[in-house]
Design a protein around this ligand. Structure first.
Ligand code: ADP
Length: 379
């Protein structure tokens, strides 16, 4: 039985706002997406009233889930500060060392404890959430995120991968996963186990073109719920494949996801490095430590003879990292087998574990793991 918009509207009309009007008349609902039994929307309220709205969000979610045929309901509360409202005092600045890099163990995520919208709370069972980001699309961010997750797995860590690239989720293609996640007894989505990773992607839930039309608060709503309404189990590291770019959606995400650090992927071309610099600035702004820069498609390696050609004037990212005082994590060549394995759903670290590329991703994983050691050990 297919669920209709009208059924969702009818269910929400029976939920009252804190002031007693029907939710559908309270002027707080985003567009409602209903796809194949899955319902997504957000409730956008003023930050000052957010606490009072939390139970309304829960009631709305329960009402939508009670509709026959609804398999997933993702409903998030998003808060906006009204123009002119007093801003909260800035969070205390964590200590920075001389080069401007924050040691992870000393890092405290920016939180405003008084804010009911403090979505920075940790995810139970997950020791460290890290972002893989890029200043622009097409630099190999998703390929790097997946192979880095596998590299961390090879170091004996329990690893999850969340594909939060809501504008173009590529993890279904990179992993060959096309099934839909099931729900557990608590109605949380069970991530798909593959290659020893716990994997979740917005692409498992909606068709690619549906994901493409999501905008603004919906992006954050969906990602928050993907983090919190998924039964991740016990993980040492959850790798989040971020949407490319450094716009408002990415900034909000970086602010709202309880990140222990970020890895920035760049190609050697200058343009991409400029974009990477914007990525660095974005994470610094929200006090997320940058774990380092990866230079992808660093040099061309001939698939036949193995000869290396520095066709892009390689080394730019390493210099840039040194200049900016952030760690340089490694260089990944532009190689046919990285592309073919990625695009056939069989990432190179899983399909050629003894090859040179897997070794590079493991070395990058080691540098990332070393920086997270304190957090993982504490958990
Ligand atoms: P992004 O997430 O930045 O948009 P993807 O990871 O989807 O980028 O990669 C874009 C394309 O580049 C894919 O076809 C992928 O297989 C290919 N690719 C990524 N990294 C490499 C590499 N090091 N060598 C060869 N091809 C690569």
């Amino acid at each position: 039985m297919s669920v209709t918009q009208q059924q969702v509207q009818d269910a929400l009309a029976r939920v009252a706002s804190p002031r007693g009007v029907a939710l559908t008349n309270a002027n707080v609902l985003s567009a409602i997406t209903v796809t194949d039994g899955k319902v997504f929307f957000s409730i956008n309220v003023d930050a000052a009233e957010a606490r009072a709205w939390e139970s309304v969000r829960a009631q709305a979610e329960a009402a939508v889930r009670a509709i026959p045929g609804v398999t997933v309901a993702m409903i998030a509360l998003t808060a906006e500060r009204k123009a002119g409202a007093a801003a909260p005092p800035p969070p205390p600045q964590p200590h920075r060392h001389a080069h401007g890099v924050q040691p992870v163990a000393a890092h405290k995520p920016p939180q405003s404890p008084s804010s009911p919208m403090s979505r920075q709370s940790e995810i139970p069972g997950v020791a460290a959430v890290i972002a893989v980001a890029s200043g622009k699309g097409g630099v190999g961010k998703s390929t790097t995120a997946l192979n880095l997750a596998l590299g961390l797995r090879d170091l004996g860590l329990r690893v999850g991968l969340l594909d939060a690239d809501i504008y173009g989720p590529s993890v279904p293609r990179l992993t060959g996963i096309h099934e839909k996640p099931q729900l557990d007894d608590n109605r949380k989505m069970i991530p798909i186990p593959r290659f020893g990773l716990a994997i979740m992607s917005i692409g498992f839930l909606v068709e690619e073109d549906t994901a493409m039309i999501w905008r603004g608060p919906m992006v954050m709503s969906a990602i928050t719920q993907m983090l919190r309404d998924v039964a991740w189990g016990t993980l040492d590291v959850l790798v989040v494949d971020m949407p490319p770019g450094t716009g408002d959606a990415q900034l909000t995400l970086a602010q709202n996801v309880p990140l222990k650090g970020a890895v920035i992927v760049s190609t050697p071309q200058d343009l991409s490095l400029i974009d990477a610099r914007r990525g660095l600035a974005m994470f610094k702004k929200v006090n997320v430590p940058v774990l380092g820069i990866v230079e992808n498609m660093s040099y061309f390696q001939c698939p036949h003879c193995g000869t290396r050609s520095d066709i892009f004037g390689h080394g730019g990212a390493r210099h840039e990292a040194e200049r900016l005082g952030v760690p340089f994590l490694g260089e990944i060549p532009l190689h046919m087998s990285i592309r073919t394995t990625s695009d056939s759903g069989n990432p190179v670290v899983a399909s050629e574990p003894d090859g040179p590329h897997a070794a590079i991703y493991r070395a990058i994983g080691t540098k990332v793991r070393d920086q997270l050691q304190g957090v993982i050990a504490a958990a």
